[in-house]
Design a protein around this ligand. Structure first.
Ligand SMILES: [Mg+2]
Length: 343
């Protein structure tokens, strides 16, 4: 086996604003792992500075991670590969996820089956993915919502966390009266605000609230959870497997991401841990290219809620694979994750 990686910076179509700030481009690092027969698996890291990772930190640790894969020297030994990755570099989950995704792609290409089939899943079981409406002027958010609804998206994820939250949700609701609306405050609210806002959000028919308060104030989540008019989802508060039991009695839903937990198998473990705790599960992503979101699409039949539209925010995606036009996750008729370069 041998492996290579390359940095790939991608422009966002316009800009992407959440409560923490605005992005205009995204750093990714593409990983390719090849076997002796010349088959190649593709994965990518979409590091998030919020979790302490950048393209530089990813490229700094990838040589050690790829050495670990070559030391295992068995492309089908995916469990051992992920354990070795975690044993080699404990943090840096986006870097580990890139390697895990590439190895899962390679293994299932060799087996001649799509990744979801290897996992025993059925493509038709994937929930529809939401379409993200980033923070903007209320009229612009309404226009985005209306376009998405016209394109067939039935679920909208509205980013909040400003002093005009209510005006924004009212505008989106008016533009997409039939849509299922979820909101994500990305840690912007105080516990008191979270409870107060949940009342009018419920009146506007919102389904649930994601990450209302800062993760560093997780001890206040019970206050919000007991009083909120809406179910509460943890994203920044639920990063890796040990977080699942820790937040289980404080939220209703956990939002899992490959770039937070560090691997395909680790994500599957988190789904089952969450189920055992009585939680519902959402599968999300960063702003990522299809090179990495593809793997999450293959896990989507396992979960209750999907938020996998990150590649739609890019001006140009350098890869193609599973699609989700109109929200319906559809897999190409190819083995592996189905990812291939469009360049
Ligand atoms: Mg979120």
């Amino acid at each position: 086996m041998n492996a290579t990686f390359e940095r790939l910076d991608l422009s966002i179509d316009g800009e992407f604003a959440i409560s923490r700030g605005t992005q205009t481009d995204v750093e990714t690092v593409v990983v390719r792992v090849s076997d002796d027969a010349g088959q190649t698996g593709i994965g990518a890291a979409a590091p998030d500075a919020h979790y302490g990772e950048t393209a530089d930190t990813v490229t700094a640790v990838l040589p050690a991670l790829l050495d670990a894969v070559e030391a295992v020297d068995d492309p089908l030994a995916l469990g051992r590969i992920e354990r070795r990755l975690r044993g080699t570099i404990r943090d840096n989950p986006a870097a580990r996820a890139a390697v895990s995704i590439a190895c899962h792609d390679l293994a299932t290409r060799r087996l001649g089956v799509p990744l979801y089939r290897h996992l025993g899943l059925e493509s038709g079981r994937a929930p529809p993915t939401s379409y993200t409406v980033a923070i903007d002027e209320p009229e612009a958010m309404a226009a985005t919502a209306e376009t998405a609804a016209t394109e067939g998206y039935t679920v909208l994820k509205v980013k909040l966390g400003t002093d005009r939250d209510r005006e924004r949700v009212e505008a989106v609701r008016a533009a997409a009266p039939e849509a299922t609306i979820r909101v994500d405050a990305n840690e912007a609210w105080t516990p008191h605000e979270a409870v107060e806002k949940s009342d009018w959000l419920a009146d506007l028919g919102v389904e649930f609230v994601e990450q209302p308060i800062p993760a560093e104030h997780d001890d206040r989540l019970p206050y919000v959870h007991e009083r909120s008019a809406l179910p509460v989802a943890a994203d920044e508060s639920c990063v890796a497997l040990p977080d699942v039991p820790r937040v289980a009695d404080r939220v209703d839903i956990v939002n899992l991401k490959l770039m937070k937990c560090g691997g395909v198998r680790e994500a599957v473990r988190m789904v089952h841990a969450a189920r055992a705790q009585g939680l519902e599960v959402m599968l999300g992503c960063m702003v990522e290219s299809t090179a990495s979101i593809a793997a999450a699409c293959h896990l989507a039949p396992l979960v209750d809620y999907a938020d996998l539209d990150g590649a739609l925010l890019l001006a140009e995606d350098a890869y193609e694979g599973p699609t989700y036009a109109g929200g319906t996750v559809t897999f190409p008729d190819r083995p592996g994750t189905g990812v291939r370069s469009t360049r």
